[in-house]
Design a binder for this molecule. Structure first.
Ligand SMILES: Nc1nc2c(c(=O)[nH]1)N[C@H]1C(S)=C(S)[C@@H](COP(=O)(O)O)O[C@H]1N2
Ligand SMILES: [Mo]
Length: 406
């Protein structure tokens, strides 16, 4: 008979610490057995998230914010949505982490440790808006498959790192370079090591922008594991899927990157508008680049009750992909008339802008406050759902909250 193997004393005491109680008969636990109390992880504790965040999926983990949680000017970790396509990596070894720059269009393939990146290149800090391309998907009809994001798949945190451009130029960029593609260490849900859950990228022009970072800090601290520790690509203003987490390789490509979720209908919309539900051929789908103009009311929360004769100060944020927000308005009569909000300049390019307005209601009753942003090219948010597309991307309809005046 084989010798039974028991968990070690050290493992046992760490189990006990997490459970918060002595495990009576713990010395009889077989190695490899995880006590039930540890089998069903609490995502809010595991990821340090606010308990009002909403779990949309646990395999993989996808968690969104609610509008009122996004009230901070710079989003703290506790209120940042989580979007994973595969498994969150475990046991990260940051000391031995390397980033390799390779691809058809690199002059010489090169690898950097994190401390080399830190010491060799100048560091920059930017606030960058990252919105999932599928934010707002839940409203599409016919429905689109995928996480049913409402409004909370957006955040604007402060990211610190080195410029991707500086690192790419250090390795050398051949003149035929057109695209970059990232590779990361997260595993596919099937755990098949040959499959990548996601490997996206962007054209060289975006890769070489001042604000495109290889970040190792978020809000002044190590990036939380679930948001990409120890190294993350951050490309503000574009679908957040371009901002690869846990990256260890970037390829400089001589053609459009063809990694997982770059092809087919992933992160693509019909190049020309189509009727809801229409089948669209692959060659008629275009890759999403800069995100459209959008805004969110973060105070008060929907359902607020206010008393008559009181002015309500509303506030929120607005963003417009690569562009600026030039005008912000609100309506309390279902979009018939609009009044201007005050809108601040952004902290830096690609950061969201804060708006506020003092709203007065003529009499008691039910109202909706609608908010509408306009970008620097004069394009405004649609009042209701914009162009239907097969995967439910780019819903930038006006955000609306309900208010009762009593
Ligand atoms: N390695 C890796 N990077 C990734 C993803 C992923 O699943 N794996 N998801 C992408 C998508 S689709 C989005 S919307 C953002 C979400 O970033 P967050 O979880 O930090 O909010 O990360 C992107 N980067
Ligand atoms: Mo996403």
């Amino acid at each position: 008979m084989k010798r039974r193997e028991f968990v070690t004393k050290a493992t046992l005491s760490s189990f006990a610490v997490i459970i918060g109680a002595e495990i009576v008969y713990g010395e009889k636990l077989l190695k490899g057995y995880t006590p039930l109390a540890l089998q069903d992880p609490d995502p809010f504790k595991m990821f340090n998230k606010n308990p009002e965040m909403v779990v949309l999926n646990d395999k993989p983990w996808n968690i969104e914010a609610q509008a009122h949680l996004l009230d901070d000017k710079v989003t703290p970790n506790s209120k940042m949505f989580i979007r994973n396509n595969g498994l969150v990596p475990e046991n990260i070894d940051a000391k031995n982490w390397t980033l390799t720059i390779d691809g058809e269009s690199v002059v010489s393939k090169k690898s950097y440790t994190l401390s080399e990146l830190r010491s060799k290149f100048q560091q920059y800090t930017y606030q960058l808006t990252l919105e999932c391309g599928g934010n707002g998907r839940s409203e599409f009809d016919p429905p689109a498959k995928g996480n049913q994001w409402t409004v909370g798949a957006v955040h604007c945190a402060s990211w610190t790192g080195v410029r991707l451009r500086d690192v790419l130029e250090d390795a050398g960029i051949k003149s035929n370079a057109v695209y970059i593609g990232y590779h990361a260490i997260d595993q596919h849900l099937s755990r098949d090591p040959e499959k990548e859950p996601i490997s996206r990228g962007c054209p060289m022009e975006k890769a070489l922008m001042d604000e495109t970072l290889l970040a190792f800090k978020m809000n002044g601290e190590d990036i939380p594991l679930v948001h990409g520790y120890p190294l993350r690509l951050v490309a503000g203003g574009w679908p957040a899927s371009v901002s690869g987490k846990w990256i260890n390789r970037i390829s400089i490509r001589n053609k459009e990157h063809d990694g997982t979720k770059m092809t087919g209908d992933a992160y693509r919309v019909p190049c020309e508008p189509v009727a809801p539900g229409e089948k669209v051929k692959d060659e008629d789908m275009c890759i999403i680049e800069s995100m459209p103009v959008k805004s969110i009311i973060t105070y008060p929360r929907t359902g607020a009750m206010i008393s008559k004769n009181k002015t309500l100060r509303i506030r929120g944020h607005a963003w417009a992909g690569e562009l600026e927000v030039s005008k912000m308005e609100y309506s309390i009569d279902f979009g018939s008339t609009w009044k201007e909000c005050a809108v601040e300049k952004s902290a830096n390019r690609l950061a969201w802008q804060h708006f506020s307005a003092d709203v007065q209601f003529p009499k008691k009753g039910y109202y909706e406050v609608w908010a509408r942003a306009t970008d620097s090219r004069g394009v405004s948010q649609p009042m209701l759902l914009p162009g239907w597309n097969p995967k439910g991307y780019l819903n930038n309809a006006c955000h609306r909250i309900a208010v009762k005046v009593k």
